[in-house]
Design a protein around this ligand. Structure first.
Ligand code: ADP
Ligand code: ASP
Ligand code: MG
Length: 464
């Protein structure tokens, strides 16, 4: 069971999560995965940025608030329990966090490696607090970091990849004895370590991935993701008011949705579960009796629906490489992708006009500058490419559904629905799986485009 940040937002929510675990622990053995409390990871990002810029006064002020927040939450979860252990753990982490931030400010340097170390504090605070919440109910819980649990990754800080075979072996070795002792291992989501023990993170939203990795390693019956909505819906309910819950979704659809839904689930989270065909349930931590969404290898309902869901990825940018000399000159595309690969920039979408005079790439907004600079260095002045430009104000809209495969006219409906709302489409791509059509619009027009498609394919609640 993985609890997201909003399901652990304060002491009351943490106690609620603990009661939920207790309720299901009567008939099941459970491993708990805890995200950082609420938006603590975002706060750590801000503190790191301030410290790196040398704005130490502001960084310290925020740090102090975060420190007292964790202490207060820990004390509230403890209630009348007299254990001093948790307060000592939180004090110790606060002290370590202070030194980290002072170090960043002193050097004015925040490398991907030190950033992962900084971000690791969110989950390192939350898992002992959640474990205490479980112990208060008489359960035997023990806090583990991702590394203690056995998750080992490569050194790609910020988006580290688990070394699966080693990790699975170690996870079994570390957690099975704990489960056999009737303990509830309470593991930090999101963080792991390299072979030599340096802390890494699995990428933002990575606690889902942790849950899936642990589940696959331990060959569990089900993986449950507790969040703040009823499950996977036809669209983000914050954007589309009449979005509807999807009761069953196939792994293939969920993979497309999570990759392109970005915020709902970590893009790689489902992969370990899908490989072992372990069903994943997404459930609302405020309404634990509801079924939520079941993601599984089996048949899904609503198969007659062509389009199943539409989602949006914000904070991206388009980088366009162009030049009249590119036409008929082989190798330019290869160089473009090689350059992106060697700078570890993930390309989310690609399109090339048939005139071959431009190639456009979509990358995360934080990578846009590096992408432009490195492409300019690699390509300009060599005959075929004249310029490399970027647009930062963009978002991807992804339309997903396995019924789209082989159904003609879907793209036409999508683009005319969007055009009727005067939304300008800047770039288009269709995955060859035909499970999704994605396109890029300005950030401001994103929500409107999502609603237009949701209406066009009647994904919402039937109107009475
Ligand atoms: P957690 O803290 O549990 O990890 P997240 O914020 O990562 O939660 O993800 C849950 C949020 O994702 C929901 O509150 C919802 O606004 C948003 N969301 C985006 N797309 C969808 C979708 N298709 N279905 C459900 N929720 C979605
Ligand atoms: N706390 C991490 C984040 O905010 C991981 C997670 O919540 O899944 O990205
Ligand atoms: Mg999440």
């Amino acid at each position: 069971m993985k609890f997201g940040g909003s399901s652990l937002a304060n002491a009351a929510r943490i106690k609620n999560a603990a009661r939920t675990v207790e309720r299901f622990s009567k008939d099941n053995r459970i491993v708990v995965v805890a995200s950082a409390i609420n938006d603590v990871t975002d706060k750590l990002v801000e503190i790191g940025d301030l410290a790196q810029k040398g704005r130490i006064v502001q960084a310290r002020a925020r740090l102090l608030r975060l420190e007292s927040f964790h202490l207060k939450t820990a004390r509230a979860v403890l209630g009348r329990t007299t254990s001093k252990e948790l307060v000592d753990i939180v004090d110790g982490l606060n002290h370590e966090l202070e030194r980290t931030v002072e170090g960043i400010a002193h050097l004015r340097e925040l490398t991907p490696r030190s950033r992962d170390y900084l971000l690791s504090f969110g989950e390192r605070f939350s898992s002992p607090i959640v474990a205490q919440g479980l112990r208060n109910l008489g359960l035997r819980a023990r806090a583990y970091t991702g590394a203690d649990a056995g998750i080992t990754t490569d050194e790609n800080f910020g988006e580290a990849k688990p070394l699966t075979e080693v990790s699975y072996h170690q996870i079994r070795r570390h957690l099975e004895p704990s489960l056999a002792r009737k303990e509830i291992p309470t593991v930090t989501g999101f963080i792991a370590a390299t072979v030599d023990g340096t802390i890494t993170t699995l990428g933002r939203g990575g606690s889902d991935y942790t849950a899936s990795l642990l589940g696959a390693a331990l060959n569990v019956d089900e993986i449950w993701i507790w969040t703040d909505v009823d499950g996977l819906m036809t669209a983000d309910p914050r954007i589309v008011k009449d979005a509807v819950l999807l009761s069953t979704v196939s792994f293939a659809e969920a993979l497309e949705l999570s990759y392109f839904g970005a915020k709902m689930m970590h893009p790689r989270a489902l992969q370990p579960a899908a490989v072992r065909k372990i069903p994943v349930r997404i459930k609302n931590s405020s309404r634990p009796s509801r079924d939520g969404t079941l993601v599984s290898a089996g048949e899904t309902k609503d198969n007659e629906k062509v389009v199943k869901a539409v989602s949006i990825i914000r904070s991206i940018g388009i980088v366009t490489v162009s030049g009249t000399g590119m036409m008929g000159s082989p190798g330019v595309a290869a160089r473009v992708f090689q350059t992106m690969g060697s700078h570890r920039i993930n390309v989310m979408m690609i399109s090339q006009g048939s005139s071959e005079a431009t190639i456009s790439l979509v990358v995360a907004r934080r990578d846009v500058e590096t992408a432009v600079r490195t492409l300019q260095l690699a390509l300009l002045g060599q005959g075929s490419v004249d310029k490399v430009v970027a647009e930062k104000d963009a978002c991807i809209i992804a339309v997903v559904g396995s019924g789209m495969k082989g159904t003609p006219g879907v793209a036409a409906r999508i683009f005319s629905a969007v055009a009727q709302k005067n939304v300008n489409v800047r770039m288009v791509a269709q995955g060859s799986s035909e499970y999704n059509v994605s396109f890029v619009v300005s950030e401001a027009q994103g929500p409107e485009a999502v609603r237009a498609i949701h209406d066009e394919f009647h994904l919402g609640k039937p109107r009475s």
